[in-house]
Write a protein that binds this ligand. Structure first.
Ligand code: C2E
Ligand code: MG
Ligand code: MG
Ligand code: MG
Length: 281
């Protein structure tokens, strides 16, 4: 009967919660080994200018190659790293590694490349975040004005003094992008006051273009707003030529997505820079 089902459901949920807690613990312990054992790595996804397909830079994306489970994506372990506090260490590692790598690409001749690095809420809340960024820029000699720090709308909301923090980061010369834009809440005036540089339109809107009326309406509104506020725009998750053409006509500046390239290993980026294929140059 209903009572029995209720009990089963209760048992099911509590079981599930316990399993999730155990999985989190495994991930947490595994992350410690990952840090100690060099199991973390970065891939780099090309960002292209829509007008002419020119390669403008890369977004660094973290991966974890776990010896027995294989490759684990950031959606599975970044939230755990945030909860247990390892994100500060991992975040600094990502920034240092990406900046050092990108300096070598600049020296290989891709002088104007822009590098985007994701920053999580907890990482930004750390009292010494701005100092960490400054030290890494000094240490790696990466040009600050070629760095985009990607934060989300919810980070803006959850981090105390986010406005002050962003001002301090901008004083270092770095740019700020709002990632996954449209999936959280942010007022337009907030964006203006915070002096954001760039907005990334979330993949969930892009993937339905141009067939879905809501996707079209949201995307058009974001493009119009960004143009009025003087913000540059990147569309995420562009997978088809139709989406590319639609976004280009709408006036979106740049794009990322499987249509252009998946996230690449370092040696593939080396080759790309040495001899860019037709569609990226
Ligand atoms: P994000 O910053 O919004 O990154 C875009 C995600 O979309 C990446 O997933 C990328 O591989 C994927 N993607 C790119 N183009 C396409 C496409 O055309 N189609 C589809 N279906 N997907 C596409 P990934 O690498 O799994 O990263 C997921 C999220 O994990 C990122 O979302 C970001 O929020 C977070 N993340 C990744 N690296 C880091 C990091 O170093 N630090 C922090 N704090 N978060 C990170
Ligand atoms: Mg991102
Ligand atoms: Mg995103
Ligand atoms: Mg995302």
């Amino acid at each position: 009967g209903a009572k029995e089902r209720g009990r089963n459901r209760y048992a099911f949920y509590s079981n599930d919660m316990a399993e999730r807690a155990i999985e989190r613990l495994h991930i947490e312990q595994g992350l410690l080994r990952a840090i100690a054992g060099d199991q973390l790595l970065l891939q780099y996804q090309p960002v292209v200018r829509l007008e002419d397909g020119q390669l403008v830079g890369f977004e660094a994306l973290i991966r974890w190659d776990e010896p027995t489970h294989g490759r684990i994506g950031p959606d599975r372990f970044i939230p755990v790293a945030e909860e247990c506090g390892l994100i500060d260490y991992i975040g600094a590692w990502v920034l240092r590694t990406a900046c050092a790598q990108a300096v070598s690409w600049i020296r290989q001749g891709f002088e104007a490349l822009r590098l985007a690095v994701n920053v999580s809420a907890r990482q930004m809340s750390a009292g010494d975040f701005v100092t960490t960024v400054r030290e890494i820029l000094d240490e790696t000699e990466f040009p600050p004005d070629q760095l985009d720090l990607e934060i989300t709308e919810s980070t803006l909301q959850s981090v105390d003094h986010s406005r002050q923090l962003l001002a301090e980061l901008r004083a270092l010369g770095v740019c700020i992008s709002i990632d996954d834009f449209g999936t959280g809440f942010s007022s337009l005036s907030l964006l203006k006051h915070l002096q954001i540089d760039r907005i990334k339109i979330d993949r969930s809107f892009v993937q339905d273009l141009p067939g879905d009326a809501n996707g079209v309406a949201v995307t058009e509104a974001i493009v119009a707003m960004a143009n009025r506020l003087g913000l540059s725009l990147i569309a995420e998750g562009v997978e088809t030529a139709t989406q590319q053409e639609f976004l280009r006509k709408l006036g979106c500046d740049e794009a990322q997505g499987y249509l252009f390239s998946r996230p690449l290993d370092v040696r593939d980026v080396d080759m790309l820079i040495a001899a860019p294929p037709e569609h990226l140059s």
